[in-house]
Design a protein around this ligand. Structure first.
Ligand SMILES: N[C@@H](CCC(=O)N[C@@H](CS)C(=O)NCC(=O)O)C(=O)O
Length: 175
């Protein structure tokens, strides 16, 4: 694994741009194959190395896709944006981020009532896709206290064999 120093702008330098012209992490290189974008990476990795993480049943696969869209949409613009504002001082609309974040959490909370996982009866890339920003929502000032089903899913994911936590935020976290 190669860490990219975002604060120093390493992602906008030629070496990195040759892998991802968008100048954003994450990127994976698997042999000759380069894949950018977190959801694309999840699809690639599950198809190639962990097929049980992406069901082939049409209906379940469509369900998974719905949560990938949510991860790149409401979650990115909600809890993830709120964290960017709080931790990295990003110039984004804080009220919009809080509302969008809580709205997505409410949807997840209802969906998870009586379910262990987001899709079907086993872990899939839907759960992985929503995990990081949701688990770190409190860093954006969005409490997970009102969302017990969401907290249960986070605990389930963190209990999986091979789980690796995101490094603690190093910079600027408001006390
Ligand atoms: N849709 C992309 C978004 C990637 C993204 O926003 N990456 C952020 C870090 S989480 C980044 O590289 N920011 C640095 C920059 O844009 O310069 C994905 O899901 O991979």
């Amino acid at each position: 694994m190669i860490n990219v120093d975002l604060a120093a702008g390493e992602q906008k330098q030629e070496a990195f741009l040759s892998l991802n012209p968008d100048g954003q992490v994450p990127v994976i290189k698997d042999g000759d194959v380069v894949v950018t974008d977190s959801n694309a990476i999840l699809v690639y990795l599950s198809r190639k190395y962990a097929p049980s993480f992406l069901p082939t049943d049409f209906k379940l696969e469509a369900e998974v896709q719905k949560f990938l869209t949510m991860a790149a949409g409401e979650i990115a613009f909600g809890v993830a944006a709120a964290r960017l504002i709080n931790v990295f001082n990003a110039q984004l609309d804080a009220e919009f981020a809080q509302q969008t974040g809580n709205s997505a959490l409410n949807k997840l909370e209802s969906h998870l009532e009586g379910r262990e996982f987001l899709v079907g009866d086993q872990l899939s890339i839907a759960d992985v896709a929503i995990y990081s920003y949701i688990a770190h929502a409190p860093e954006g000032g969005i409490s997970l206290e009102p969302y017990p089903n969401v907290r249960r899913l986070i605990t389930t994911i963190e209990g999986q064999q091979g789980f690796v936590a995101m490094p603690a935020t190093q910079v600027g976290l408001a006390a």
